[in-house]
Design a protein around this ligand. Sequence first.
Ligand code: SHN
Ligand code: NAI
Length: 232
Amino acid sequence: MAKYPEIQGGGSLILAWQARGKHILMVGGGEVAAGRIVHALNADANVTVVCPRSGLNDEVSFRISRNQVTYIDRTFEPRDLDGADMVLCAIDDPAASTRVWQLCKERRIPANIADVPSECDFYFGSVHRDGPLQIMVSTNGNGPKLASLVRKKIAETLPSNMGAAIQNVGVLRKKLREVAPHAEEGPKRMKWMSGVCESWSLEDLVQMSEQDMDGLLTHYKAGDIPTLEQVR
Ligand SMILES: C[C@@]1(CC(=O)O)c2cc3[nH]c(cc4nc(cc5[nH]c(cc(n2)[C@H]1CCC(=O)O)[C@@](C)(CC(=O)O)[C@@H]5CCC(=O)O)C(CC(=O)O)=C4CCC(=O)O)c(CCC(=O)O)c3CC(=O)O
Ligand SMILES: NC(=O)C1=CN([C@@H]2O[C@H](COP(=O)(O)OP(=O)(O)OC[C@H]3O[C@@H](n4cnc5c(N)ncnc54)[C@H](O)[C@@H]3O)[C@@H](O)[C@H]2O)C=CC1
């Protein structure tokens, strides 16, 4: 038996792309575009939509009217790619979308052409979101509808307070960094933090106030992990 993970090729490299402040160009303003725009805005990207006004769906019109996106009222032109860090295309014109893809490849801009898996640097997936928690399901192009069903099944099994617990842990980790700022403390810090996550219940983590966190952190130096009750 090999002691290292077996390689299973044929998958995707699943990452959490940091799109904050980056420029995402959305070509098209229909139903599929509306969903893509939500994903991009949830990642704090600067989104520009290029699409003739007559083709906009209600949701995309709403985003434009609220200035949530920058809007260009016409069909795509190559100069729209200037300054784009990523391009998403969801239009009902296969020849035009292949042209968008080719131009993106010439300029090495990562792109997703909805409906054309062979013209995608990355695929979208079905996403569950609860505060800082995001879970993406991909079937690697095999069954998008099934991705959606699997995502719903996973979400059903999660406690409703999962996102809140993670948010609180985020605050605790920041505070721990202040108490133990030095790089050489890394291993101790990580072991203690893992210990808290393992021994406290989700309910404890949700209930934990800033005062509880400060109390808990006074135990870090000695390396012990009291219960929430003991902290209080
Ligand atoms: C490869 C990929 C590229 C990409 O678009 O990024 C792609 C490609 C294609 N989708 C097609 C059809 C449908 N897509 C959906 C829905 C979603 N599609 C999404 C992603 C992806 N779709 C990427 C792979 C993801 C993966 O494999 O896991 C989701 C997960 C995310 C999102 O779009 O944001 C979102 C669900 C979100 C949610 O509900 O949570 C539905 C169902 C519905 O609309 O309700 C249908 C009809 C039913 C069906 O076909 O299953 C067709 C046309 C096939 C044809 O003509 O027959 C192609 C082209 C092809 O397959 O050749
Ligand atoms: N997740 C996926 O991959 C899915 C992909 N699709 C495909 O995605 C594409 C878009 O679907 P929908 O949003 O439902 O279509 P839609 O008809 O609602 O929207 C198409 C939009 O593209 C615009 N458009 C057309 N040519 C343009 C150009 N040259 N420049 C800028 N905008 C242009 C139209 O004005 C319209 O706003 C279709 O090819 C569809 O088959 C559909 C369902 C799921």
